[in-house]
Design a protein around this ligand. Structure first.
Ligand code: SF4
Length: 328
């Protein structure tokens, strides 16, 4: 793996590479309750080439041994505890709750987090909850994951299992790169002009995810001068990431592609216009992946530049080598 892992130590935020938190067992480290690992090839071999991974194993970091007795979420009265499966006296709820604050400094500046699914500590959602007699009574997030998401509501978070779904994977990686751009804007001396520019360059991307969200963000930008820049920036950041959380669909992408094609109608001849229409329609009907109309549009805009279109993140939201648009 070409990325660095931070293990247990603090990491200074000096790297130009994107930093992403990862459940430690996914990196191939033997930290699981049974002494094994859950190395995820996509996370390590593909994403590892682009991201620096900051790893955490909550159960080890609260002092549990390797191997260790398994734990699970248990409904107790009105709340959920994290208890031993066989050892009923073992209760690590408070230790896991306290851990997040102890390690939070390592997560400053992260642009995303990849969690191990189904873990009572790391699972993002749908982790089984049992009653005290051992029957399944519902689902919840893992205890550490819950604190992570509560404290970082805009942080893109995903599970390794869901990353095998091309649409969820593309959405997550898009959000990681988008969040990084937002973090860079916030790190600089951002004024109203920078916010307007950021919003303008993300117009097509936002429209592909959620038209109503794009319009709400536009109103925040318009009010930035009258209502205070800091308030507007905070609200915009939250709204921006929430808008991107909704998956773009072939239909919403097609609308954006049609919109972009409209900028070329006086620049390309009738044959090229018909070809572009046909390619977008074939994408809409599921006969072509998104990379095809996007590549054709980029080709035409290279020959017939439009300044505003060139700035659109939508045409290039993540590295082409990840081939995320080849499968959606
Ligand atoms: S799922 Fe989380 S707590 Fe369990 S071994 Fe992996 S990193 Fe550690």
């Amino acid at each position: 793996m070409s990325s660095k892992t931070s293990g247990g130590e603090a990491v200074a935020d000096t790297s130009p590479r994107i930093r992403v938190g990862v459940s430690r067992c996914l990196l191939g480290e033997e930290v699981r309750y049974d002494g094994g690992h859950k190395r995820d090839r996509y996370v390590v071999d593909v994403l590892g080439a682009y991201f620096d991974c900051v790893s955490v194993c909550p159960e080890v970091e609260i002092g549990l041994p390797i191997p260790r007795p398994p734990i699970r979420l248990v409904q107790v009265g009105g709340g959920i505890r994290v208890r031993g499966v066989r050892d009923r006296e073992l209760d690590v709820t408070d230790a896991l709750d306290a851990l997040y604050l102890q390690v939070a400094h390592r997560f400053v500046g992260l642009s995303g987090f990849i969690l191990k699914r189904a873990s009572p500590s790391c699972g993002m959602e749908r982790v089984k909850v049992y009653d005290e007699s051992g029957r399944t009574v519902g689902t919840d997030a893992g205890r550490f994951a819950r604190a992570l998401m509560r404290e970082n509501p805009s942080l893109p978070v995903e599970e390794e299992g869901r990353l095998h779904d091309p649409r969820l994977r593309e959405n997550f990686i898009t959000r990681v790169f988008a969040y990084r751009r937002w973090q860079e804007l916030r790190a600089g001396p951002a004024g109203v002009a920078e916010l307007q520019q950021f919003h303008a360059s993300h117009k097509m991307l936002l429209l592909a995810h959620n038209q109503a969200g794009y319009r709400r963000l536009g109103r925040l930008v318009a009010a930035a001068r009258s209502e205070g820049l800091d308030t507007a920036l905070d609200a915009y950041g939250e709204g921006f990431m929430a808008t991107l959380r909704r998956n773009a669909t072939p239909r919403s992408h097609s609308n954006v592609l049609d919109h972009l094609a409209g900028y070329l109608k006086r620049s390309i001849d009738a044959g090229d216009r018909a070809e572009l229409r046909e390619v977008i329609d074939r994408y809409r009907r599921g006969l072509l992946p998104l990379v095809v109309p996007l590549t054709l549009l980029r080709h035409h805009f290279r020959r017939h530049p439009r300044g505003w279109v060139d700035q659109q993140v939508y045409l290039d939201p993540h590295p082409a080598e990840l081939m995320l648009h080849n499968h959606v």
